[in-house]
Write a protein that binds this ligand. Structure first.
Ligand SMILES: Cc1cc2nc3c(=O)[nH]c(=O)nc-3n(C[C@H](O)[C@H](O)[C@H](O)COP(=O)(O)OP(=O)(O)OC[C@H]3O[C@@H](n4cnc5c(N)ncnc54)[C@H](O)[C@@H]3O)c2cc1C
Length: 458
């Protein structure tokens, strides 16, 4: 049986549902296919659940500092993982359920639950049915990568998804991978009371960031008791007695780390291997990402790829922005392009790292005349008042054009403050506009104009 539609959307993650509803509202007959939970990675196993845990961990951390703030907690601060998980589940279930009922109640939108696979460029099978449409939008996201390292097949390990199902506290969580996901989980579980070790094969954590950012993040985590093993050049997983272990083979230190649980946080793999893309003729790159142009069209006319599966973003906001670009181009007669967006993201350790535009390293390599402004959080009144003075901020400016090139706000409130720099970059306004703006006291943001008034050559 073939069902004909104007559009088929594969995946109800962070681009698919919004696009399906937009197309349906424009009068198109739309099918959306989801094989798992509505809302995809972000809502079920990514942003939302981890940020609920970040909130629990932060509250617990502050409770542990009670005396500093002038109050006492009756008895020791102890984690109740069942309640932490119940809070997390309540928030994610509500969000996922909201998307499901929104889609199912949208006129012209038909929801299919199951695995989607192409039969041809304009036909997609789901279960016993074949759906046909002149436009197909792929939003299949990704999953935790499990590199083929020694011991991986014979040793139990967790991923971001399965770790979030635990309602017990790991005694010793060994995290393989010192990237964004690894660092967030490391601090969360350390604050909950687990022993935590991060094993990273590179010489520093979060290697895409500037060295001062990596060093500061490492020092914050170590200060809280997270063990960090860098330069782990021969990682191997193994069972060890009642627990599990990771062979590290570092130049110095113990040759292996024994723990109760292993978390693999070694990057993501796009969900493009079981989509039947060969039957549609859609090209993927060597890492499995669907190749798209700046308007997110694949090599096959009538097929687009949005979100994590196109390798152009990797965040919820990039996935959602992909939806906005495609919808504007198709429905609003605009010509929007992914090339126009400015890289921006946060790392939700505490204090958070807000980032936009170029790193210092990239600015230096760009060959421009660059100015830099820096300020440690110890010189930010609001941070002092909150008792949260770890971190620093820095902003990079092109000396000739006066345009802001990028910024890092690594400190309390940095996840929100970064947007005032980001919006200046989108406005393409010279930095002097912000330097002269009157910001509100006491905030972290009030020091950005000050920092811009103290620029020095890089
Ligand atoms: C631990 C963790 C924390 C994160 N935290 C943040 C954060 O704080 N901020 C942020 O911006 N990003 C964060 N991310 C990244 C964010 O989750 C993703 O970038 C985002 O979910 C991508 O959305 P998407 O729509 O591209 O894909 P997804 O959200 O992965 O959705 C894809 C959907 O497609 C479905 N699907 C796949 N294949 C098929 C098929 N063949 N048939 C039918 N359905 C299919 C899947 O079931 C899924 O529901 C985090 C990720 C992780 C792992």
């Amino acid at each position: 049986m073939t069902n004909n539609f104007d559009a088929i959307v594969i995946g109800a993650g962070q681009a698919g549902p919004f696009l399906a509803v937009r197309l349906a509202a424009a009068g198109q007959r739309v099918a959306i296919i989801e094989r798992g939970r509505f809302g995809g990675t972000c809502i079920n196993t990514g942003c939302t659940p981890t940020k609920t845990l970040v909130a629990s961990a932060y509250a617990m951390h502050l409770a542990g500092r009670a005396m500093e703030f002038g109050f006492e907690v009756a008895g020791p601060v102890r984690i109740d993982m069942k309640r932490v998980k119940a809070r997390k589940d309540e928030i994610t279930n509500r969000s996922s359920g909201g998307i499901e009922s929104w889609l199912k109640s949208t006129q012209n939108c038909f929801v299919y639950q199951g695995q989607a696979q192409f039969e041809s460029p304009n036909e997609v099978r789901v279960g016993d049915e074949v759906l046909a449409a002149r436009q197909v939008f792929i939003d299949v996201g990704g999953r935790a990568a499990t590199p083929s390292m020694p011991g991986v097949a014979s040793t139990p390990y967790l991923t971001n998804s399965t770790l979030l199902d635990l309602d017990i506290l790991p005694r010793h969580l060994v995290i393989v991978g010192g990237g964004y996901v690894g660092l967030e989980f490391a601090q969360i579980f350390r604050r909950f009371g687990s022993e935590v070790t991060i094993i990273e094969k590179a010489p520093r954590l979060i290697g895409h960031e500037d060295e001062d950012v990596s060093t500061q993040a490492q020092s914050i985590l170590e200060h809280e008791g997270v063990q960090i093993r860098l330069n782990a050049n021969c990682i191997e997983l193994m069972r060890s007695g009642e627990g599990v272990g990771v062979r590290v083979d570092c130049a110095d230190g113990a040759p292996e780390v024994i723990g109760s649980h292993i978390l693999l946080a070694m990057g993501r793999t796009p969900n493009t291997g079981d989509l039947g893309l060969d039957k549609a003729g859609v090209i993927r790159d060597a890492r499995g990402y669907i190749v798209v142009d700046d308007q997110l069209r694949t090599n096959v006319t009538g097929i687009w790829a949005l979100g994590d599966c196109n390798g152009r973003g990797g965040f919820t906001h990039t996935s959602y922005n992909d939806f906005e670009i495609v919808a504007a181009n198709l429905l609003d007669r605009e010509t929007r392009s992914v090339a126009d967006r400015i890289r921006a993201y946060n790392l939700y350790i505490d204090p958070p790292i807000g980032r936009c535009g170029m790193t210092e390293h990239e600015a230096r390599a760009s060959g421009r005349h660059v100015l830099i402004g820096r300020r440690p959080m110890t010189r930010v009144a609001r941070a002092i008042e909150k008792g949260e003075t770890q971190g620093f901020m820095k902003v990079l400016v092109d000396a000739d054009s006066k345009q802001i090139l990028g910024a890092t706000i690594f400190g309390t409130g940095g996840d929100e403050v970064i947007h005032c720099v980001l919006d200046m970059m989108y406005a393409r306004a010279p930095y002097t506009v912000m330097q002269r703006a009157m910001h509100i006291h006491p905030t972290v943001s009030e020091l950005i104009p000050t920092m811009l008034g103290e620029l020095q050559p890089l």
